[in-house]
Design a protein around this ligand. Sequence first.
Ligand SMILES: *[C@@H]1O[C@H](CO)[C@@H](O)[C@H](O)[C@H]1NC(C)=O
Ligand SMILES: *[C@@H]1O[C@H](CO)[C@@H](O)[C@H](O)[C@H]1NC(C)=O
Ligand SMILES: *[C@@H]1O[C@H](CO)[C@@H](O)[C@H](O)[C@H]1NC(C)=O
Ligand SMILES: *[C@@H]1O[C@H](CO)[C@@H](O)[C@H](O)[C@H]1NC(C)=O
Ligand SMILES: *[C@@H]1O[C@H](CO)[C@@H](O)[C@H](O)[C@H]1NC(C)=O
Ligand SMILES: *[C@@H]1O[C@H](CO)[C@@H](O)[C@H](O)[C@H]1NC(C)=O
Ligand SMILES: *[C@@H]1O[C@H](CO)[C@@H](O)[C@H](O)[C@H]1NC(C)=O
Ligand SMILES: *[C@@H]1O[C@H](CO)[C@@H](O)[C@H](O)[C@H]1NC(C)=O
Length: 368
Amino acid sequence: MRLTLPVVASATLLHPTSARSLLHVDSAPNSVRPYVIEHYAAAQAVAIGQQIYRFPVTGASSGGAFSLLSTASPSSDALGVLPHHHRTHDENFFCLKGRFQLWADKQNSNNNETQARLLTVGDYGSVPRNTTHSFQILDPDTELVGVIVPGGFEELFFFLADSNYTAATNSPYLPAASNSSTGGPPGEVLQTLESFDVFAELEFNPRRDFVNGTAPANSGWHTASNAIPELNGIPYFVAKDYGPIYLNRDFGYQIIQPFVTPVTGGKGFTQGSITISRRSPNTTVPTHVLSNHTAFEVLEGALSLTIDRENAMLIMGDVAFIPGNTTFSYWSDVAFTKFMYVSAGSNGIDQQLLSNAEGWDYPVFPTS
Ligand SMILES: *[C@@H]1O[C@H](CO)[C@@H](O)[C@H](O)[C@H]1NC(C)=O
Ligand SMILES: *[C@@H]1O[C@H](CO)[C@@H](O)[C@H](O)[C@H]1NC(C)=O
Ligand SMILES: *[C@@H]1O[C@H](CO)[C@@H](O)[C@H](O)[C@H]1NC(C)=O
Ligand SMILES: *[C@@H]1O[C@H](CO)[C@@H](O)[C@H](O)[C@H]1NC(C)=O
Ligand SMILES: *[C@@H]1O[C@H](CO)[C@@H](O)[C@H](O)[C@H]1NC(C)=O
Ligand SMILES: *[C@@H]1O[C@H](CO)[C@@H](O)[C@H](O)[C@H]1NC(C)=O
Ligand SMILES: *[C@@H]1O[C@H](CO)[C@@H](O)[C@H](O)[C@H]1NC(C)=O
Ligand SMILES: *[C@@H]1O[C@H](CO)[C@@H](O)[C@H](O)[C@H]1NC(C)=O
């Protein structure tokens, strides 16, 4: 007798779009609801010079809590935006791919010197309101993830857009020779943008005296631990795996690495990363209900999520938005999954996990 294998519906295997769930959308919704948006999703991208901006979480989709956007770009020999500050928005820079330099200057702080860092994958920089800042993209496939609080700052980028960006292939950006544009708006335009909370600082001269990825030299960048300040409003940087680390053992292992605490987030938001181990088959996945809105962006591995009884699986660069008071659960069916969280308010998923966590010295979990 011949053994016949069951015919597998090949469409299911061949077309990754079948992994899309009812939660999946192509662009951030205009009102608060649960959703998932894939990395490089087609809709709502705009080009500013060679930089492509995408908006997985907007003011509208987060009820005004925060915006989460990304900038995909080739390298540039010039600043990505002319120096400026915001009066009412906190800006948070995270390196998802490639490398960029970030400058932050707050003259009236106790850190009275321009701080500049080279951010590589996983590094974070805090630019609170009234901090003069700029950035420069250094590697050919760089992606900067920005969290801006409160939400709604994307209006600036729609205003500045040279064009809407579409790509049948979902290419991160248009592969084309640079025409030496800075990528940002020219100085004359920047000076007119105060209605968008952009205040030009055209006198600011970004220092170039980097040594081992930092200026001033010897700041301990990628060589010593990076403490998060105990006060709100001053710029700071957290290198990947050099910030505070905590281990929660409630459900497998969860490693919490905060970038923004309730103090540095001014009780408006918290941000950081969570690394989880594979769930073991005999455990029940815990459910969570948070009083405020939360977004996750996957950094490594694969994150399984149930939001309001709908399931989705997310891989690197995919974003989920979970409204406050919505039941959800999350787990990993692969060995090592890491995701960024952004929680509105000061009692987010990080605070829940930290309430039963111990200090931990490693970015990896125990072996047993
Ligand atoms: C260079 O890029 C800028 C920004 O996209 C655009 O406005 C300008 O027209 C381009 N110049 C040339 C010569 O292509
Ligand atoms: C930011 O600067 C403006 C103008 O100087 C000032 O009115 C405001 O209080 C400052 N905000 C913070 C949070 O320091
Ligand atoms: C910061 O440095 C400037 C220039 O050296 C100086 O005028 C200012 O008083 C300093 N501010 C603080 C808070 O130390
Ligand atoms: C992008 O598309 C929107 C409508 O989808 C349109 O209103 C806007 O003018 C377009 N922007 C540019 C820069 O073409
Ligand atoms: C730069 O890094 C190298 C290699 O770790 C080290 O030997 C050197 O002392 C560093 N330079 C400074 C100025 O910190
Ligand atoms: C679940 O399984 C793991 C190994 O897969 C085992 O170490 C653990 O004791 C089990 N827990 C329970 C409650 O059975
Ligand atoms: C969730 O419910 C609590 C209690 O009713 C309420 O205070 C809170 O504002 C709600 N959260 C959101 C985001 O609507
Ligand atoms: C939710 O977060 C906002 C900031 O986005 C904050 O103003 C509000 O008090 C928070 N609400 C709750 C119920 O924590």
